[in-house]
Design a protein around this ligand. Structure first.
Ligand SMILES: *Cc1c(COP(=O)(O)O)cnc(C)c1O
Length: 378
């Protein structure tokens, strides 16, 4: 049996005629940038996330950047981000000239450890970027309190967490603003690069709209410094079609996750992801950890990954090198041992296939092969 890590074709096949029609309409309109489909998508996406504004962009990375840019983050400032995330979260700070300051993740939620945030706050700290990693919202309420106390911004990176909920509140409006990614493999994926920022703040939304389009409100009048971070109409059209299915697809992801739990929860050699009591997890990723001793865990994880691959099962590593150990951040002076929880996750974590189209047989096959691996090892 084959269980690819990701299967974008399966989804395309289901919605092919709708997608092709939507793309053809854009071609016929010849309005390729920020056209009507982008506007319609923006308003529907905002509505689904109970947030006032959504501004369509060229990628989630651009969302990370524009969020901090519009808030006035600049050289000399510090921005707190989790050590375990995708690198783009950090580019938001570095592209503004600011310094990323890392904090370890929590051993159960895998999101920023809220108890460790205050230790790194100083006069230069201007923002915290809370990443809702793997599809699980970060523990937002303590972060809101910290942000209030120190008068700093709380920004969400919701690239992996479309429709996720924190204590019944949707992500996207929990902080001052949030960035989303529509990279093809994300829970809501475009057919190319795309992203967005959301906010309840009217003034900030206006700034986002200006910055993404050369700092202009009208053509050739550039009020602010800006850039070209516009969403393409074709991506808006694709996303608008897919948005109708997002709730259903999210429930399917949750079905896959709960099936994995039923089949694997008694297996002592691995730790399953924890859905925190405050969270509605949308399972962009299903990351398990091998429970082996520190000096063995990476070896066992790598062997498990190889075994699954040999049996036709695709897997991923999210992320094999935490940000504080990335060569590009060498100058920041971090070293191995600084963030043990993130380092452990990097060495022992393995992402299993999870997407709405995964069949029960495929899920059972993956679980059986994981069990077989540990049976053989003994
Ligand atoms: C995917 C991702 C991004 C970047 O999004 P792109 O659309 O690929 O630029 C940023 N942050 C996180 C956490 C992501 O997973």
């Amino acid at each position: 049996m084959q269980v690819p890590f990701l299967d974008l074709k399966a989804q395309y096949k289901q919605i092919k005629s709708e997608i092709n029609k939507a793309i053809t309409e854009v071609l016929e309109s010849t309005s390729f940038i920020l056209g009507k489909p982008v506007q319609e998508f923006e308003s529907e996406f905002a509505k689904m996330h109970d947030v006032k504004h959504c501004v369509g962009l060229s990628s989630g990375t651009d969302g990370n950047h524009i969020a901090l840019w519009a808030l006035g983050i600049k050289s000399g400032d510090e921005v707190i981000i989790p050590a375990n995330t995708f690198i783009a979260t950090a580019w938001g700070a570095t592209l503004c000239g600011a310094k990323p300051v890392f904090v370890d993740c929590h051993p159960e939620s895998y999101n920023i450890d809220t108890e460790k945030v205050e230790n790194v706050i100083n006069k230069k700290t201007k923002a915290i970027v809370a990443v809702h990693l793997y599809g699980q919202p970060a523990d937002i309420d303590p972060l809101i309190e910290i942000a209030r106390e120190y008068n700093i911004y709380l920004v969400e990176d919701a690239a992996q967490a479309h429709l996720a909920e924190y204590k019944g509140r949707k992500v996207g409006g929990l902080g001052i603003c949030a960035s989303f990614s529509f990279y093809p493999g994300k829970n809501l994926g475009a057919y190319g690069e795309a992203g967005a920022v959301t906010t309840n703040d009217d003034e900030l939304a206006q700034k986002f709209r200006m910055i993404r389009d050369h700092g202009s409100v009208k053509k050739y009048t550039h009020v602010l410094l800006g850039h070209n971070y516009r969403m393409e109409s074709i991506q808006g059209a694709v996303l608008k079609v897919k948005l109708k299915y997002l709730e259903k697809w999210t429930e399917e992801r949750r079905r896959v996750a709960s099936r994995y739990r039923e089949l694997l929860s008694d297996l002592e050699e691995i730790k399953l992801p924890v859905e925190m009591p405050y969270a509605k997890h949308v399972y962009h990723l299903f990351v398990i950890q091998v429970n082996s001793k520190p000096d063995k865990r990476q070896e066992v994880r790598d062997k498990l990954q190889r075994f699954l691959n040999e049996n036709g099962i695709g897997t991923g590593l999210h992320y094999p090198v935490p940000l504080h150990l990335q060569p590009c951040f060498k100058e920041l002076g971090y070293k191995r041992g600084d963030f043990p929880v993130s380092e452990q996750l990097a060495e022992s974590g393995l992402s299993l296939p999870i997407y709405p189209e995964l069949t029960d047989e495929q899920i059972e096959y993956v679980a059986e092969k994981i069990r077989e691996f540990f049976r053989r090892k003994c």
